[in-house]
Design a protein around this ligand. Structure first.
Ligand SMILES: [Zn+2]
Length: 329
């Protein structure tokens, strides 16, 4: 059973995408314009992925998008997504997993033909939390990991928004450490990053590529990679061309899977293969126009496995995340 550490399933449902359709049917009536969908439940079933980290992702208002302007609005978005995951669970499409024992049992019994998709809830950007006292509510709802930032949040600096942890962010990380909620370091600006890994060392980066090949604070410097490796964290490879090659633009030929391998090998050289996993983000605001060549739909994921060195395929495609979950959930 393979594991994908980053999918925005409920967020996509909120955009009006019906993920219960076959991919061709979804594409023929996709309400989202400009990006060609690659992810549905049937694609996941065919891919070999039996467990994913499913995000609660509240979209803030930006120059490019409508979104929340207050924590109340962010919380409302996350609650709607939580409800969506629960309705999918009621329909037998997914199974929410919130303990190591459940993950172990799911992995042992997983049968692609009959099992629901296992989902661990991951909150991407902490603005839906009113404050640290709201953490217990989300933990009880099944959230097992939180990333403090996306862009800037009330908790920390993030992508294209450099800055440190705020006092609120420090309090939240302390609360997460006490309650055993892990920290997702993807999107965190490095000024916040090195203090954050001290405050809550139970960590991973669900979807982050290497800054050795792409510029900007969305990507991990070697020093950040080592800090994750020292804490037995795992890093998920993102399958987005702009995050794979410096300066790539959509009018160029898409990058090939050898370039994903390059990021994987770079990480392995720093922290060993046990620190490398997949966090595809294949439904994270982009479509087939920006996926690597060969990944034309989610069920093509086995081509990523084939692009990796033979002896590490299974651990990168799922074994490393499984070990992390069994040790930390
Ligand atoms: Zn993201």
């Amino acid at each position: 059973m393979w594991i994908d550490a980053h999918l925005d399933l409920a967020y996509n449902a909120g955009l009006g995408r019906d993920l219960t359709l076959d991919l061709e049917a979804l594409r023929s009536r996709d309400p989202v314009e400009g990006d060609t969908a690659t992810v549905t439940f049937s694609e996941l079933r065919r891919s070999g992925v039996g467990l994913c980290f499913g995000t609660l992702f509240a979209m803030p208002q930006t120059r490019f998008s409508a979104g929340y302007t207050s924590w109340q609005e962010a919380r409302a978005q996350a609650l709607t997504q939580l409800d969506q995951y629960r309705r999918w669970q009621d329909a037998g499409l997914i199974r929410l997993l919130d303990s190591a024992a459940q993950v172990r049992e799911h992995a042992q019994r997983y049968d692609a033909a009959t099992s629901p998709l296992g989902v661990m809830l991951l909150m991407e950007g902490a603005d839906p939390l009113r404050d640290v006292d709201d953490l217990a509510f989300w933990q009880a709802a099944g959230v097992r990991a939180i990333g403090l930032s996306w862009g800037q949040t009330r908790y920390a600096g993030g992508t294209d928004a450099p800055g440190p942890l705020t006092d609120r962010g420090r309090e939240l990380l302390t609360g997460m450490r006490e309650l055993g909620v892990a920290q997702d370091l993807s999107h965190l600006d490095e000024e916040a990053f090195f203090e954050a890994v001290e405050c809550q060392p139970r960590c991973f980066a669900s979807h982050s590529n290497s800054r050795a090949f792409v510029d900007g604070n969305r990507h991990l410097s070697d020093e950040m990679v080592r800090a994750i490796g020292e804490r037995q964290g795992v890093i998920g490879l993102v399958l987005l061309s702009t995050f794979l090659r410096r300066g790539w633009t959509p009018d160029e030929r898409r990058v090939d899977l050898g370039e994903v391998r390059r990021h994987a090998e770079h990480y392995a050289g720093l922290i060993g293969w046990q620190g490398v996993g997949v966090g595809s983000d294949l439904d994270g605001g982009y479509g087939n126009e920006k996926t690597p060549l060969g990944i034309e739909r989610y069920s093509d994921l086995e081509r990523l496995a084939e692009a990796l060195p033979d002896d590490v395929q299974e651990q990168v495609m799922g074994g490393n995340w499984l070990r992390w979950l069994e040790a930390n959930l």
